[in-house]
Design a binder for this molecule. Structure first.
Ligand code: AHR
Length: 493
């Protein structure tokens, strides 16, 4: 099989916002307790954060981390996670039916984020709570005034504000599973009024309103329209959430997951623009794909987990090679839509549907999906350039005309490097890539990294952490993509 790619350096999509390489830590399962935080662990630092986990996180180069939920946030009292740890309440956490000890809250997490070289994307509770608690939290985190909540932060030992610039107005408020879910109009009103108050406390913050919880929600599109119509002047982004999976073991269809992601992004962007034209405004609302990943492996296992435990092993998907290839192509889609998607969070980061796994009290290792994320985060920064790819296509599941080869190209800021990310979706055939670069610049390939292999179901475990790792391919005259593989090809001027 052959694929012909044409690139013209001047045919750009957008400057890529680095925040598309964000991730997510929720108070869920072992993400926090036994994940990023474990004071008794042999690698714990002075605040109880696991440094073995921190070192793996740093390899991913994550500019923002969404916190503290997720479904968790819709029942959360942020004050429970502040001040004297010995006085913090232990609570029944309804979203995941677990016990929350509140040993970690914003006081600790803001320090963890600094150590991880990351900024926080903070969510407020619009389930059991509302505008008042949200504006108090902004004051606690960001104000220097001599007022109650800013003083409370100082009394808790933090003289300087945390300076959190990006905030989510609740989480998945359309989902019946959400604590105190809302109709489109109920949510739109509370989001609008909360947004006003939060920005009055700190006008420099940016706000993300909830879009639909996923693209098959019954109110998808009506929800977005209503929220945008009510909140337009007060928000900056609308969220998209979606998880992909292969529950029926139809790999040909699964490898085309990014076609759905692409369509979803374009649909939501079109609704943003429809409302923009209705409002006759110049302001554009961009997209925050603040929950995306593969999630299906752990569904059955999770039904067997007892309720009301502290840090139960929930959502511990074990990812295989085909998941890594799919994840790589989802990243390609985010790059190709970087004109509208300015924020994206791989959900999540540690133990919970995560690239990084731990044993509580033990080892830390990385899953297959770690690698395409790491390489795209490292080399996918700069300007996204359009790739025109001519190749054969196939049909699978409910889709026709799925191109066998999925590509994105990124030009580094200094234009000295060009990186091509490519997935070969064919299950049987390798693909010979021919590349034409228009515009006179000569770039030559200096590195080809790939995730490939015969066993699509191969996984990494604590005992065999390096079973599925990227390989460095020898550079020959022709670039060849193995069947069902993810690839990164780096070029230099
Ligand atoms: O990431 C896991 C969960 O998925 C989040 O808590 C929720 O927002 C979504 O449904």
């Amino acid at each position: 099989m052959k694929a012909e790619i044409t690139i013209s350096k001047s045919n750009t999509i957008s400057k890529i916002d680095n925040r598309i390489f964000g991730s997510f830590i929720e108070h869920l399962g072992r993400a926090v307790y036994g994940g990023i935080y474990e004071p008794d662990h042999e690698t714990a630092d002075d605040m109880g954060f696991r440094t073995d986990v921190m070192n793996r996180i740093k390899e991913l180069n994550i500019p923002i981390v969404r916190y503290p939920g997720g479904n968790f946030v819709s029942g959360y009292n942020w004050e429970d996670g502040t001040g004297d740890k010995s006085k913090r309440p232990k609570k029944m956490e309804l979203a995941w039916q677990s016990v929350e000890t509140n040993e970690v809250g914003i006081d600790e997490f803001q320090e963890w984020a600094k150590r991880a070289n990351s900024e926080i994307m903070m969510a407020v509770n619009l389930g059991t709570r509302g505008a008042d608690e949200a504006r108090n939290l902004v004051e606690y985190c960001n104000s220097e005034t001599d007022t109650y909540y800013a003083r409370m932060r100082r009394d808790n030992g933090f003289d300087k504000p945390f300076g959190i610039k990006l905030w989510c107005l609740g989480n998945e408020m359309d989902g019946p599973w959400q604590i105190c879910s809302k109709t489109p109009y109920e949510y739109a009103r509370i989001a609008c009024e909360t947004a006003k108050l939060m920005k009055w406390i700190d006008p420099s913050i940016e706000l993300v309103a909830c879009g639909s919880a996923h693209l098959n929600m019954p109110t998808f599109m009506e929800w977005e329209r209503t929220v945008l119509r009510e909140c337009y002047d007060h928000i900056d982004y609308i969220s998209l959430h979606n998880y992909y999976g292969n529950p029926n073991n139809d790999t040909a269809a699964y490898l085309a997951s990014s076609v759905d992601m692409d369509k979803f992004i374009k649909q939501v962007a079109a609704i943003c623009d429809e409302v923009k034209f209705e409002k006759k405004t110049d302001k554009t609302i961009n997209l925050s794909f603040d929950e995306w990943n593969i999630w299906f492996h752990s569904n059955d296992q999770d039904k067997k987990i007892d309720k009301w435990q502290i840090a139960p092993p929930l959502l511990e998907d074990v990812y295989n090679l085909e998941d890594a290839v799919v994840l790589g192509s989802l990243l390609i889609t985010l790059l190709n839509n970087s004109d509208r998607v300015k924020i994206a969070c791989l959900a999540q980061l540690v133990n919970v549907i995560a690239p990084i796994m731990t044993e509580t009290g033990g080892r830390c290792w990385v899953q297959t999906i770690f690698y395409p994320f790491m390489y795209t985060s490292r080399y996918g920064r700069g300007t996204a350039v359009k790739t025109f790819c001519i190749c054969d296509s196939y049909a699978a599941g409910d889709k026709k005309n799925i191109p066998y080869v999925d590509t994105a190209a990124v030009l580094s800021e200094d234009e000295k490097e060009l990186t091509i990310f490519a997935v070969n979706r064919s299950l049987d055939n390798e693909c010979e890539l021919s590349l034409e670069m228009l515009g006179g610049d000569a770039y030559h390939a200096y590195q080809h990294i790939a995730m490939e292999g015969d066993d699509l179901k191969a996984i990494n475990t604590a005992d065999e952490p390096d079973k599925v790792v990227p390989i460095v391919k020898e550079l020959a005259e022709k670039i060849v993509l193995a069947p069902h593989s993810w690839n990164m090809i780096n070029f230099k001027k």
